[in-house]
Design a protein around this ligand. Sequence first.
Ligand code: SF4
Ligand code: SF4
Ligand code: SF4
Length: 352
Amino acid sequence: MPNPQLTINSRSVSFAPGQTILEVARENGIDIPTLCYLKDCTPTGACRMCMVEVKGARSLLAACATPAAEGMDIQTESPKVIGSRKLNLELLLASGEHNCIVCEANGACQLQALAYKYGVETVRFEGRTTNYPIEDNNPLIVRDFSKCILCGRCVQACNEVQVNKAIGYGYRGAKSKIVTSGDRPYNQSDCVFCGQCVQVCPTGALTEKKAKGMGRAWEMQKVRTTCPYCGVGCQIWLHVKDGRIVKTSAVEDAEPNKGRLCVKGRFGYDFIYSEDRLTTPLIREGEGFREASWDEALDLVASKFKQIIAESGPDALAGVSCARSINEDSYNMQKLFRAVIGTNNIDHCART
Ligand code: SF4
Ligand code: SF4
Ligand code: SF4
């Protein structure tokens, strides 16, 4: 049976039953702006940016939460739609404190980008902004409630993507706020500092503390790499300015992590700049160590191995492979011990 059809901006497209208007539009290269939509999560329709005009409907409909239906005639950029989006943006801007010049999100903020796109130059309303203080008492995440548009993406990222269930909506009306259990700071809550909420926040309400003042989005080069911490192999972007990592983010739609990271991959990148890091092999001499070349260190290890095998047999040796190694390295390690050295004494350390 052929797929059902509908019309978007006078273009006829087919869709799979169960898809929303937003999914059909994006699949066909038609941009409908969103602030609250988070792929693969339950649509909330909270931000009202994706409103579209559907012929015959009594009001504008939220594309993210409206199922596509056979024969629908949809306009995504009609004057009525644009008017609604402009008004919505004004209201969002009026409900917070938005000084883009000094905001960490400047250049990467979706609210700013949409205000620019729709030409929102002045805000006609005086909002009742909350005066919750900035939460800055942990080393990793800054929460600035004055820039929060209550889109709920952080809540979905925490509860549906990472399933940490550390945050939710709190209070009512103009006092509404994203809260942890008991409205405690992140560092006294169930938060595990995976930073997923920061990655999905469309504004400057949640930002990486270590990246503060380190560079603007347009100054940074993105370099894709594999997280060095464990064998899972999560795909990450390094945001690099002048050769220095400013922050990391997860690569969306890439296996195996599909846009997720844990606290180590998200925030643990700066160990490479630690002064305590060993960068050359050390050979013990007496009570201390001296620096050596790799060739000298490896020759020494090989000669010691040979000596032990000659004196006590191969079972006198044992290997412990790092659980953070990739599978291929662990395979080579067991091959070295079993096939070359001749012992089954091979294990790996517990993953941390
Ligand atoms: S959150 Fe966005 S709109 Fe608000 S000040 Fe920051 S950059 Fe500007
Ligand atoms: S850092 Fe992770 S656990 Fe903490 S609130 Fe954000 S998403 Fe939830
Ligand atoms: S903190 Fe960010 S992601 Fe969470 S509700 Fe506010 S604006 Fe949305």
